[in-house]
Design a protein around this ligand. Structure first.
Ligand SMILES: Cc1cc2nc3c(=O)[nH]c(=O)nc-3n(C[C@H](O)[C@H](O)[C@H](O)COP(=O)(O)O)c2cc1C
Length: 209
């Protein structure tokens, strides 16, 4: 039996939570954030694939983290810069936040952590509190960003976000995973993404009800 906690399990995990009978949200307005600024980023590509995946109930709007400055308490004391204020508002307005994270040195890259930190301010209440979140990631490596996802989950739990526990979704060998049009080339991986998005929609609906 596979150890679900092992890094290799992240891209194959198919367990999920039991469905709930009442499902009050017909359309899930989701916010998608990618933790990479690179034009050719596999995580930006994964997020675009999620936008286009065709999960009928999920409408994903993306927000580019390139405009968000590094967190600095002195800047914050003068008032949020407009990209930060817009990011916080976008998180507050979303039924669901979908995060696509790269992995750097066995952990969470600064771009994503910086976004989590800005949105966590001021701490009580902060825009993450009670917010349904789904975490995914892509890497050319073999472990599907499992370690970055763990750190991201930990930070989000700390600030009160409600991170979907299962299924987990990560794309390994991401440099070969996408077709020229940005869709996932492997039908089984594309099907896993759809399953992940469907589960994320159910997670958001369950928490809204
Ligand atoms: C500083 C640095 C550290 C990295 N460390 C890891 C790592 O620990 N695990 C991993 O899977 N990939 C690692 N990578 C490779 C990234 O997964 C790869 O650069 C990936 O394309 C980054 O995501 P992006 O394409 O969305 O920008 C690292 C890359 C950089 C620049």
């Amino acid at each position: 039996m596979e150890d679900a906690g092992s890094p290799s399990a992240v891209s194959r995990d198919r367990r999920e939570l039991p469905a709930r009978r009442r499902d009050p949200l017909k359309t899930i307005n989701a916010l998608g954030l990618a933790g990479s600024l690179r034009v050719g980023s596999v995580n930006r590509t994964l997020l675009r694939a999620a936008v286009r995946a065709g999960e009928p109930r999920v409408r994903v709007r993306t927000f580019d983290l390139a405009s968000v400055p590094l967190y600095n308490g002195d800047i914050e004391a003068q008032g949020d810069p407009s990209p930060v204020a817009e990011l916080k508002e976008a998180v507050r307005d979303a039924h669901l936040v979908i995060l696509a994270t790269p992995e750097y040195n066995a952990g969470l890259p600064g771009v994503m952590k910086n976004a989590v930190d800005w949105v966590s301010r001021p701490p009580r209440p902060n825009a993450w509190e009670g917010r349904p979140v789904a975490v995914m990631g892509a890497t050319p490596g073999g472990f599907g960003t499992a370690l970055a996802q763990l750190q991201l989950r930990s930070a989000l739990a700390h600030v009160g976000a409600l991170v979907m526990p299962l299924p987990r979704f990560g794309v390994s060998q991401a440099h070969r995973a996408f077709a020229e049009d940005g869709s996932l080339a492997d039908p089984a991986t594309a099907e896993r993404l759809e399953h992940f998005l469907g589960s994320a929609a159910a997670w958001a609906a369950r928490l809204a009800g």
